[in-house]
Write a protein that binds this ligand. Structure first.
Ligand code: SF4
Length: 361
């Protein structure tokens, strides 16, 4: 019988394993497609939100008592599915279902993609892990969410389902702002309707850095400027369009974002499993931490509708590598006193897609 994991090391290792192998259960909240690298059920594990793939072949089972088990052995985690939020049953006066406008992520995050199209979505340009337009094709979302729609849904999600923070991401547009202008309008409308709701915005480095101040002044209090990999060869292979935004532009945007939003209110995704060198990834994370930027370590997840899965057939990363990178970056974050939960809103605050919070960061 496998003993229940009590040390942080064991707990991180189990959390990493279920992030990759998934669990068997009947979670009623599920997100397929959309922007970013995930196709998950949403659970609460020992009080924290966790986005975990649902996999009928997983050896990890959530049993009837809500405990995580492996081969019948209790692994020492309480797991409950996030219940279907009540705001999903509502629709706007024009008849648009609220859950096509925004979704519940983790246990208390409202997430939306304000513009569900991307200027880089041609197959030769598209990020190979992204399925942003797949959910549009599937009819599970709408192309453009207006500020008024988002304000209406946010108000209901806070009132009916106890949502505490909101993530607004966007596909990239052609303009100088790369989508930030519409984001700012949406933030302003939501803050007017629900002043207490903390908002994180996510966008590419804007060509004009003024857009970062505009987002802050609209009311956002955290920002994600997501590079996914700091290795130029990996970027060119996985993100042919986006890799033309240089690392220098990313660094300039991160610095400006830290100046405007503050230390540890800025984050970026770093994906494990794109063929990068793990030591270089950790060195990149150290540079980000030094700058005041939280590196959100997440595994690459195979996802139907993406080129990485449908064409390249790239598998999920090696468990040992994800485990080691997560532990090493968590140690760096702890040494800097940087915790995801100290971000006002967004992915680092939510933590459901990463094992960093389990590792104490
Ligand atoms: S970490 Fe970000 S993408 Fe993942 S569930 Fe939380 S808010 Fe959503």
């Amino acid at each position: 019988m496998t003993p229940a994991p009590t040390s942080t090391t064991d707990r991180v290792s189990t959390r990493v394993s279920i992030a990759l192998l998934g669990v068997r259960s009947d979670a009623p909240v599920r997100r397929t497609g959309g922007a970013g690298p995930s196709d998950d059920g949403h659970f609460v594990i020992d009080g924290a939100g966790a986005a975990i793939p649902l996999n009928l072949a997983s050896p990890y089972v959530v049993n009837a008592r809500g405990r995580l088990t492996l081969d019948g052995a209790d692994l020492g985690f309480d797991v409950s599915p996030v219940t279907r939020p009540r705001f999903y049953d509502l629709q706007t006066s024009e008849g648009v279902a609220y859950d096509k406008i925004a979704k519940l992520h983790g246990k208390n995050v409202l997430a939306t993609t304000v513009v569900q199209t991307c200027v880089r979505y041609d197959e030769s340009e598209r990020c190979r892990f992204c399925a942003i337009e797949a959910s549009l094709d599937a009819g599970t979302t709408i192309a453009v969410k207006t500020p008024a729609m988002l304000a209406e849904v946010a108000e209901a999600a806070v009132r009916l389902d106890g949502v505490t923070n909101m993530v607004m991401t966007t596909g990239t547009s052609n303009g100088w702002d790369r989508g930030a202008k519409h984001l700012a309008r949406c933030v302003r409308a939501v803050k007017k309707a629900v002043p207490s709701l903390e908002i994180q915005v996510q966008c590419e480095p804007p060509a004009d850095l003024q857009a970062i101040t505009d987002l802050y002044e609209a009311g956002a209090r955290s920002i994600g400027i997501h590079v996914e990999s700091m290795d130029d060869a990996v970027r060119a292979r996985w993100m042919p369009g986006k890799s033309r935004v240089s690392m220098d532009e990313y660094r300039a945007s991160w610095r400006e974002a830290v100046r405007v939003f503050g230390w540890n209110q800025v984050s970026t995704y770093l994906l494990v499993g794109l063929g990068e060198d793990p030591d270089e990834l950790v060195a990149g994370a150290a540079e980000l931490i030094e700058m005041g930027v939280y590196p959100f370590i997440v595994p690459f997840r195979p996802l139907k509708g993406t080129l990485a899965t449908d064409v390249d057939r790239v598998p999920a990363p090696d468990r040992r590598i994800l485990n080691s990178v997560t532990a090493r970056v968590a140690t760096l974050l702890q040494a800097a006193g940087m915790r995801g939960e100290d971000q006002r809103a967004g992915c680092a605050a939510c933590g459901a897609c990463s094992a960093l919070q389990t590792a104490g960061a």
